[in-house]
Design a protein around this ligand. Structure first.
Ligand SMILES: [Zn+2]
Length: 213
């Protein structure tokens, strides 16, 4: 079987070690978010008011693609056009962003137009290869929720369950936004700047200290 390369899209602090983040003025209440019909866990977010108004924190550069706090994606208009032309899939619910102010050396005009988008689920996490540690061993058959995620060593995608989307979230590990090799190549080819992209094999997370290791 051909090895599949996936990447994790990060936000917050980018490749230049500067913060790049949109602080949205009005964030919807989490309690109104869609729930899994089987276990009642939160499986999505409700849309923001349109347009999405906020303050952009940026260094000397405005990136084309980044992950937002809360799990949305922010992308430049140029980025959206390119993805559409190249047929990259997995993003939906595009909403215009209105940058009220830029905190940092950039001017709002120099940053161009941005959109906020949602990324849908597109595969299951491979729990074993990810070394996923959760607070309960019982997994919801619908959404993959298995209690609080305590940590994982890497992000391994269950390739057989992959829908083929270029941007996707994982059932059982909904935090990371996954990016296909093809999407990375499109960004490279068009010179689209990504806040941070980490090979999935190297992307681990541990919320609690591991004892005796
Ligand atoms: Zn569920």
């Amino acid at each position: 079987m051909k090895a599949m390369n996936f990447y994790v899209l990060r936000g917050g602090y980018c490749d230049d070690d500067k913060e790049f983040e949109l602080y949205i003025d009005e964030v919807p209440d989490v309690e109104d978010a869609p729930q899994c019909p089987t276990c009642g866990g939160t499986v999505g977010m409700i849309p923001y008011a349109d347009p999405v108004v906020g303050v952009l924190q940026a260094g000397r550069k405005c990136y084309d693609l980044t992950k937002q706090l809360g799990g949305d994606v922010m992308l430049s208009e140029r980025c959206r056009e390119t993805f559409e032309r190249e047929g990259l899939s997995g993003m939906n619910c595009f909403q215009r962003v209105k940058i009220r102010r830029v905190k940092g050396p950039m001017r709002a005009r120099g940053c161009g137009e941005y959109l906020l988008a949602r990324v849908s689920f597109g595969a299951k996490v491979d729990r074993v290869r990810s070394v996923l540690r959760t607070s309960t061993g019982v997994q919801c058959p619908d959404c993959g929720y298995a209690g609080i995620i305590e940590g994982y060593d890497r992000v391994a995608v269950d390739v057989d369950s992959w829908s083929g989307q270029d941007f996707f979230k994982l059932h059982g590990l909904p935090g990371p936004i996954m990016v296909s090799e093809r999407a990375k190549q499109v960004c490279d080819r068009y010179g689209l700047s990504i806040c941070k992209l980490i090979p999935a094999e190297e992307y681990g997370n541990s919320y609690y200290p591991k004892f005796g290791s």
